[in-house]
Write a protein that binds this ligand. Structure first.
Ligand SMILES: [Zn+2]
Length: 119
């Protein structure tokens, strides 16, 4: 269940950011997660809720937007949205492509509890 390792990285990174900014508690963590990460939303929320206990994120909720996958054909350069595990170019039929988008795992913002913006 790789959602646990993702949630662990989110909690760890967020705590580092919070400590570097005075150790305030977080209310919300906003993420961008690429489609190719194949994150199961319920599993990520579940893992986050367990791992956040006794951290600065104990009261925080998780929100994220999914970044659609986009790949570029190595043969003809066409960019397309891969439909299954075999990436076949809809233009020239070549198999395999390089990832343009969809592998993101980024913390966009951390909202502090108590109405402070953290600055
Ligand atoms: Zn192609």
């Amino acid at each position: 269940m790789h959602e646990f390792s993702i949630a662990e990285a989110i909690v760890r990174t967020s705590e580092e950011v919070l400590r570097a900014n005075g150790g305030g508690r977080a209310e919300k963590v906003q993420l961008r997660i690429g489609e190719l990460r194949q994150v199961v939303p319920d599993a990520l929320t579940f893992a986050f809720d367990i791992l956040k206990e006794n951290t600065l994120l104990a009261d925080a909720s998780l929100e994220w937007e999914t970044v659609p996958a986009q790949v570029r054909c190595r043969s003809c350069g066409m960019e397309y949205h891969p439909k299954d595990v075999f990436w076949e170019c809809p233009s020239c039929g070549a198999i395999g492509a390089e990832v343009v988008a969809g592998e993101e795992l980024e913390i966009v913002s951390i909202t502090l509890a108590g109405g402070s913006d953290g600055n």
